[in-house]
Design a protein around this ligand. Structure first.
Ligand SMILES: NC(=O)C1=CN([C@@H]2O[C@H](COP(=O)(O)OP(=O)(O)OC[C@H]3O[C@@H](n4cnc5c(N)ncnc54)[C@H](OP(=O)(O)O)[C@@H]3O)[C@@H](O)[C@H]2O)C=CC1
Ligand SMILES: O=C(CO)[C@H](O)[C@H](O)COP(=O)(O)O
Length: 638
């Protein structure tokens, strides 16, 4: 939405425009700020501008208007005294013109009261003489207060009924937060939630009513009304559960959409479903953008990490909007970029979540070791984690864990009241099946999923704990030394978790021909998402020059040092009956990756013994396959 406030100098364009911008959450621009120095010099000295002076300035503004419109709109205060000037600015359709009108005396008084403005009050006569009365737009009486004028403007049909740039379906945790994020960035947004009689009624309209500070947010409880409120091409973001709900929602929408309209699935859909949907909808002339969204409720509201894949053409249309709502990296660049074709955006979100699972499990293991092994109190553990954050291990998950440990429920810690059965919705398990399908070793990350499964069978655990008399053992070692070793063990586990996830992305990208940019993915994950961390910032540089964390020269000596502590901690923990699924799998994974002589020669021999599966020989570089009659060759004791 572009609104241009016109009128002679001193008529109150800047006051009304900036107040309106605040109310509509749109950026405000003052055309005076775009004048070249020569024009300012002239006006300061009371010399009227000629058309020759104005054309380059107007052309510059006209170009900006197009840019502002494509990135969600803006409000411009510009004298635009003559019709030819206004025509020059009319570079996008549907500009809303507000023309400020008032008596010369009132304007002169205001100009005289103005401090620090370069416009010489003597120019008022020249301005009034140049002014050509427009036959369109809204004529506004400047004797009203700016607040009264804003109220009046907000009731104009062009604004109150303006077509929305984005539509969101699904007013759950994420949909609501994203809607407010868009509205706050000045993007006109319509929202819709399904109507289930007696259960889910008027969710979207109520939501809009609860958020009247965003006049460009409109709520609809009927799908037809929602769809007709959207600008063409329609851009509809689905924030509903993955699976059948997405297919049903697409089926319900399809007949009302036109070629070129864009559907975006921002949920945690399985990427193979997204592969299919991108293809199916493309064949029907519709664009489908399968977009991973991370950051939870707070991220969605304040700035998520966004991973859009699928239709490139649609991404280019959506980019200005997504860039507005996304988190910003350390260089203030938005944490969003086109990921790749088909379901690649959902694929990397799935991998993100499996790293998330492993990072959470690693912290759970650290917490367990500190609580039962080191006998630290919750505030002590929290303090250690905060220190680690300040010593280079900062991550969102580490920080929230340090917070969680301090929360009380009456006299108890709330954490002690939380039932130890971990839930999961699918992305973790899908990552494992995908890794298996692509033959990518995934043990540390898969252990995190398995740990959640094991935790969920609480009654069986309780029964077996009693049966075997399981108790966590306490460590006798020096606490300070052990905490340092734990820190290194945790740090290396994190590198390994990320190596595993990025390795899956590298392999699938090569096999699917997606050309995923690992460094750019790391950049998108440096802010907004759940696995954001200082390590992720390091990975941006690492994946520019390396395809593996393990071959990064600058990390080699540190990794070697941390390896000693990881293996020590895993050994110590296991000896003291602490299950450490992710840390031990990480140690095993790393050792297996750096071993020259693996015992797999025995596996091959066994396979050949019982099934004639053949094997290759170390002393035959040709790679030929051999079979031996192992049984017949066993020397019998004489
Ligand atoms: N919560 C989080 O931290 C994150 C969630 N996600 C993903 O985003 C998506 C939405 O999550 P979230 O907002 O948390 O979920 P919620 O459960 O909070 O909201 C789900 C929304 O979908 C609607 N809905 C449910 N079933 C259907 C259906 N069959 N047809 C149409 N609408 C339906 C619900 O409407 P009603 O109220 O009528 O039931 C509700 O508005 C999911 O895919 C989730 O995995 C992604 C990143 C983070
Ligand atoms: O996508 C998310 C964050 O990025 C979800 O919040 C998270 O993955 C929840 O998944 P689960 O319920 O399986 O733990």
């Amino acid at each position: 939405m572009i609104i241009i406030v016109t009128g002679v100098s001193g008529s109150g364009k800047t006051t009304l425009g900036s107040l309106l911008a605040k109310n509509l959450h749109l950026p405000f621009y003052d055309a005076d700020d775009f004048h070249p120095t020569a024009n300012i010099e002239k006006m300061t000295h009371g010399i009227p501008l000629t058309d020759h002076d104005r054309w380059p300035w107007l052309d510059h503004l006209a170009g900006n208007i197009q840019k502002w419109e494509s990135s969600g709109g803006g409000i411009l205060a510009c004298s635009a005294l003559r019709e030819v000037y206004r025509e020059r600015l009319q570079t996008v359709p549907d500009i809303i013109w507000l023309h400020l009108k008032g008596m010369k005396e009132v304007i002169a008084e205001r100009m005289a009261a103005r401090k620090g403005h370069y416009m010489n009050p003597d120019l008022l006569d020249s301005q009034l003489n140049t002014w050509e009365e427009p036959g369109y737009g809204y004529q506004m009486d400047i004797t009203k207060t700016p607040e009264e004028m804003v109220k009046e403007v907000l009731s104009y049909p062009e604004i109150s009924q303006a077509a929305s740039h984005i539509g969101i379906i699904g007013m759950g945790v994420m949909g609501k937060s994203l809607a407010l994020n868009f509205a706050e960035k000045g993007v006109p947004v319509s929202v819709y939630n399904r109507f289930v009689e007696g259960k889910e009624e008027n969710i979207a309209s109520q939501f809009a009513e609860e958020n009247t500070e965003f006049p460009l947010l409109k709520g609809f409880d009927d799908l037809a009304g929602f769809l007709s409120s959207l600008q063409s091409p329609k851009k509809i973001l689905l924030m509903i559960p993955a699976g059948a709900a997405i297919d049903q929602q697409i089926a319900q929408l399809e007949s009302s959409l036109q070629a070129g309209d864009i559907l975006i699935d921002g949920g945690n859909s399985f990427y193979e479903d997204s592969n299919r949907r991108v293809k199916d909808l493309e064949e029907k002339g519709l664009h489908f953008v399968a977009m991973g969204v991370s950051g939870g409720e707070e991220g969605a509201r304040r700035g998520p990490s966004l991973m859009p894949g699928g239709s490139r053409e649609a991404f280019d249309i959506l980019a200005p909007y997504l860039q507005k709502i996304a988190a910003k990296d350390t260089h203030a660049n938005p944490c969003v970029d086109y990921i790749g074709p088909a379901g690649s955006g959902h694929f990397i979100k799935m991998v993100h979540n499996s790293i998330e699972y492993a990072e959470m499990q690693a912290l759970a293991e650290i917490y367990q070791l500190m609580k039962y092994g080191l006998k630290l109190t919750y505030p002590e553990i929290s303090k250690v984690l905060k220190n680690w954050a300040n010593e280079g291990l900062r991550s969102y998950l580490l920080e929230i864990t340090a917070d969680i440990l301090l929360v009380r429920d009456g006299r108890e810690y709330l954490l002690d009241m939380v039932l130890d059965k971990a839930g999961q919705k699918g992305t973790g398990s899908w990552s494992l099946t995908t890794a298996l399908n692509f033959q990518v070793p995934y043990s540390p990350l898969s252990e995190a999923v398995t740990a959640r499964m094991l935790s969920s069978n609480k009654s069986n655990r309780v029964e077996l704990a009693e049966y075997y008399g399981h108790r966590f053992g306490a460590f006798a070692e020096d606490k300070v030394i052990l905490i340092e070793k734990l820190k290194n063990a945790y740090a290396l586990t994190r590198f390994i978790n990320h190596e595993v996830g990025f390795d899956l992305m590298k392999t699938v990208s090569e096999k699917e021909g997606w050309n995923l940019n690992l460094s750019e993915i790391a950049r998108i994950w440096t802010n907004g998402c759940i696995i954001r961390s200082t390590m992720m910032e390091q990975l941006v540089g690492i994946f520019k020059d390396n395809t593996s964390i393990f071959t990064t020269k600058s990390l080699k000596s540190k990794i070697k040092e941390m390896k000693l502590d990881l293996t020590y901690i895993v050994g110590l923990g296991l000896q003291h009956s602490h299950a450490l699924p992710v840390m031990s799998a990480a140690a095993n994974y790393f050792l297996s990756r750096i071993t020259t002589d693996s015992p797999a020669n025995l596996i091959q021999a066994q396979r050949d013994y019982f099934g004639a599966h053949t094997y290759q020989r170390k002393d035959d570089p040709s790679g030929a396959f051999f079979h031996s009659d192992w049984k017949a060759s066993v020397p019998h004791p004489s």
